[in-house]
Design a protein around this ligand. Structure first.
Ligand code: AMP
Length: 120
């Protein structure tokens, strides 16, 4: 799939749409989801233009890949989510229910969340 630079996260990265930033470095931006499904619901995105995890894993630089993974750990530990647990989800494509075609990891936690099959 070709990257569509009109997607909403591309606009957030360009500063055209506001966001509640919780973490940022040279390669990564993380912000609160606008429609949270748990008391903590953070989206973690690469600043580079990648559609989904397949695209990212095949085409991102080692630095970008390490930065995204480390950012998730930093955010989780800053909020003590590792103590009681959390869930990571990255939807891809039509069957995966991906709404925004820029790679993002959902970090869900801060309370006991339901079984995976109940996440809408
Ligand atoms: P997905 O269905 O995995 O593509 O998830 C897209 C997520 O982006 C949803 O959880 C939306 O609530 C969230 N979202 C959409 N627009 C915004 C926005 N402007 N700021 C923050 N989160 C957003």
């Amino acid at each position: 799939m070709m990257y569509d630079s009109d997607n909403i996260f591309a606009k957030i990265l360009r500063g055209e749409i506001p966001n509640e930033t919780v973490y940022e470095d040279d390669y990564v931006l993380a912000f609160n989801d606008i429609a949270p499904l748990a008391s903590t619901h953070i989206l973690v995105i690469p600043k580079g233009q990648y559609v989904d995890m397949t695209d990212f894993s095949e085409n991102a630089t080692p630095e970008e890949i390490v930065a995204l993974n480390r950012a998730i750990a930093t955010i989780v530990k800053d909020r003590n989510l590792h103590l009681n647990g959390y869930r990571l989800i990255s939807n891809a494509g039509k069957d995966g229910g991906q709404e925004v075609p820029h790679l993002h990891w959902h970090i869900l936690g801060g309370e006991k969340i339901g079984p995976l099959r109940n996440i809408s």
